[in-house]
Design a protein around this ligand. Structure first.
Ligand code: SF4
Length: 365
């Protein structure tokens, strides 16, 4: 059997990770995270008005030497998968190429979330070692790209991004994705502006480039609450997603993110949680130049900071830090993508877990 890569609870039952999952479900600490989100730098060459990390940008990076050492620490700790991401554009750090090859050669799975402007500088390593590369494009034309993803001078680098994806598509060994965050706002004159009319053409472009998947997502505010859409715009967006889904096939997948389902259901901003410890923080962590944090939702939150990986080796931080400093019932009242994983850990603890799978499929828990 295969498992859907968005099925985060099924991923817990893979034999390569189940022993640690079982220990964590029983309330024990892990010897190291299974998955690490790594921000090599807080620098970004774009200036997207809706950037969720806007306040955290351009505040530092790992030195190339420290970044290289960190890659070795991750491999040495037995981390199974690393996602290069930001706060910041991960491919903007000149040390990222070496991180990708160190991890790839050590057998650690690598995922990359990028704005696409610097794929060409990292092409060889991305092609050889990345299990997946997700490019945040959010547009189908240069003009709309300028509106939602302007560079720091207000220009559009759409052609550069698409050109880079076209360079990567024929040489990649992993999956290439085109991500589309639906952005609708009031412009300076009060009129509605956004990218919501470009979903279908963007999906067509993604398929033409040779992408493996196209993903539509809803926007979040600074507090991680999903932002609703006006009913008429939502209808237009939904119709385009349906039309885009007709393009799927022959290795091209169209993913309707669960965040869009939240918009459709008009979910409120609060996702109550009745547990006080997040087991997922034993399985995943976030490493950034400003600190190591329990998860990306708490990026930059001093109350969720485990240590400083600029000055201290990650294994030491992991050995002495308390991942229980976050209480989900109090600190994570927004929608968390790993809520179901935490509930599943509760099922395993109660003896109601599912059978372990026969092989590993996707270690990006
Ligand atoms: S429950 Fe809280 S700490 Fe755990 S992954 Fe979700 S947001 Fe992070």
């Amino acid at each position: 059997m295969t498992i859907d890569r968005l099925d985060l609870t099924a991923k817990l039952y893979q034999p390569g990770v189940y022993p640690v999952v079982e220990r964590v479900a029983a309330g024990q600490r892990s010897a190291g995270p299974v998955v690490v989100d790594l921000d090599p730098t807080t620098f970004c060459d774009l200036a997207c008005p809706e950037c969720i990390s806007g306040k955290l940008l351009n505040q530092g990076r790992f030195s190339p030497e420290r970044l290289a050492a960190l890659a070795g620490e991750l491999a040495g700790m037995g981390v199974r998968a690393v996602i290069l991401i930001g706060g910041g554009e991960p491919l903007a750090h000149r040390g990222t190429r070496r991180v990708i090859s160190t991890l790839g050669e050590a057998g650690v799975a690598v995922g990359v979330v990028t704005n696409g402007t610097m794929i060409d500088h990292n092409l060889e390593e991305l092609a050889a070692y990345a299990s997946w590369i997700r490019v945040s494009v959010d547009a189908a034309t240069a003009e709309t790209f300028r509106l939602v993803r302007p560079d720091r001078r207000g220009g559009s680098v759409f052609d550069k991004v698409i050109g880079n994806m076209r360079k990567l598509a024929p040489v990649k060994t992993g999956a290439l994705g085109y991500s589309f965050l639906v952005i609708v706002r009031r412009g300076p004159d009060g009129a509605v502006e956004g990218n919501h009319r470009e979903i279908l053409p963007a999906a067509e472009l993604a398929r033409d480039i040779g992408c493996d998947f196209f993903e539509v997502k809803a926007l979040f505010d600074d507090e991680h609450h999903v932002i609703g859409l006006d009913p008429a715009i939502l209808a237009e967006v939904s119709a385009q997603i349906v039309a885009a889904q007709a393009l799927a096939g022959a290795g091209f997948e169209v993913i309707n993110s669960s965040t869009m389902d939240s918009v459709r259901r008009r979910d409120g901003p609060v996702q109550p949680k009745d547990y006080h410890r997040c087991g997922v923080t034993e399985l995943r962590t976030l490493v950034t130049p400003s600190g190591v944090y329990v998860c990306p939702y708490h990026r930059g939150n001093p109350a969720a900071r485990l240590g400083d990986a600029v000055t201290e080796p990650l294994p030491e931080i992991w050995a002495r830090s308390d991942r229980g400093l976050v209480d989900p019932s109090r600190d994570c009242r927004f929608h968390c993508a790993r809520h179901d994983s935490n509930l599943e850990l509760g099922e395993i603890a109660a003896g109601r877990g599912r059978p372990v799978l026969d092989r590993d499929h996707d270690l990006f828990l």
